[in-house]
Design a binder for this molecule. Structure first.
Ligand code: PLP
Length: 381
């Protein structure tokens, strides 16, 4: 492989003990009875970390599978679904909804800040005839954070279930599935959890399961059908051969989180993110967002005369280090610093900031104070 370090907002840095766990002997999860227990115990660890009493599953597939599975399993032909859109992932839910025959109704908000509960409630007062709503916890292409612990209860007040994409929020931002009352919460192994990509986590409420059981027509497809997981424990049998190595390495990543303590992990993210943001402000560069910044990724809006892809290419070619631009219309305007999971440390963050300083100097972008200096000063305060 060409690269040395990866600072993209997922996949992120994977600790050595997690990488090593992948090299263990491969079992047959369908025959090895211990594996069912190991799987269930791993789901219980996840539930502790995300404060969930719901049924939590690990599906074999990248987190997009979790998003699709939620929509595939809940949507019936003609269902009206509220798609809360203040970012690219938020917007993207409409495609999954339509693919499975639903009618997406968009609630569009400013992409530069979190969803306003007041405006959402005004909207719901006029129209609340939705089976469920979709909302993104942290919309990674801009890093905007939505207060799902207020939004999901508000939706419930109007009888609307919620599907929450917490792929880049989980473990980097406070998340209590129980307190939020969210019906399906989706996470991914490769973001703040800091394992390799390959597993999506899906936590399903009783209300959501009940809704799937009461469908008029069966769920379309197999792989994205959440009902195939319902009886794995009682039947001691999985719907398909699970990628045991992916699950074993995810388990070690989760144990890393448990041994640090989830509250400490969240504090670490908060401190790093706060220092990164203030270093950007002091440098004279602009943060893309106006408010509601997530602690897992920071988006810098570049001056007009400089292209984000030039900066990322410079850093990659000179140092073999990966840093991300953004997606779609933001691709050349935004640089994103992924400080999630194992990347949310003083050493790793100060290093990537020093490389950004070098790239900005190379392209003649004046900084009032280097990102590195600003970050270090703030961190030591
Ligand atoms: C990473 C991510 C996903 C998974 O998508 P990929 O881009 O395929 O990794 C889904 N939702 C959000 C908010 C994410 O950050």
């Amino acid at each position: 492989m060409m690269y040395k370090y990866n600072y993209s907002p997922g996949p992120t840095y994977v600790r050595e003990n997690v990488r090593a766990a992948r090299s263990l002997e491969t079992t047959n999860p369908d025959i090895d009875r211990d594996f069912v227990k190991y799987y269930k115990d791993t789901c219980d660890i996840i539930n502790k970390i995300i404060d969930s009493n719901n049924n939590t599953y690990m599906l074999s597939g990248e987190a997009i599978l979790g998003l699709e599975a939620a929509c595939a399993s809940l949507t019936e032909s003609g269902d009206r679904i509220l798609v809360i859109d203040n970012g690219l992932y938020g917007n993207g839910f409409k495609d999954f909804v339509s693919m499975y025959g639903g009618l997406p109704v968009m609630f569009k908000q400013d992409y530069k800040r979190g969803v306003s509960c007041e405006e959402l409630e005004e909207f719901l007062k006029r129209d609340s005839d939705f089976k469920y709503a979709t909302i993104v916890h942290c919309d990674t292409p801009t890093g905007v954070l939505n207060d799902i612990h207020k939004i999901c209860p508000l939706l419930k007040k109007y009888g609307i279930m919620s599907v929450v994409d917490s792929v880049s929020g989980m473990v980097g931002e406070f998340l209590s599935v129980n307190k939020s009352g969210a019906d399906i919460v989706i996470g991914g192994s490769q973001k703040a959890i800091s394992a390799q990509p390959g597993i999506t986590i899906v936590s399903v409420s009783d209300m959501a399961s009940e809704s799937m059981r009461k469908r008029e027509k069966p769920i379309i497809g197999f792989y994205a059908n959440l009902r195939i997981w319902e009886n794995y424990l009682s039947e001691q049998y999985f719907p398909y051969t699970l990628p045991s190595s992916d699950i074993i390495s995810l388990r070690v990543a989760l144990e890393n989180i448990v041994s640090e303590g989830i509250d400490n992990v969240l504090d670490r993210h908060k401190k790093i993110a706060t220092c990164v943001r203030s270093s950007i402000e002091k440098s004279g560069l602009r943060l893309f967002l106006e408010s509601d910044f997530s602690n897992t990724v920071t988006a810098i809006e570049l001056p007009d005369n400089i292209r984000a892809t030039d900066i990322t290419r410079f850093i990659y070619e000179k140092h073999g280090v990966i840093i991300a631009t953004s997606l779609a219309e933001y691709k050349d305007k935004i640089i994103r610093i992924g400080h999630m999971g194992e990347n949310a440390t003083f050493d790793r963050t100060s290093y990537i900031l020093s490389l950004l300083d070098e790239a900005f100097a190379h392209y003649g972008v004046h900084l009032d104070e280097t990102l590195f200096d600003g970050f270090v000063k703030n961190y030591k305060k």
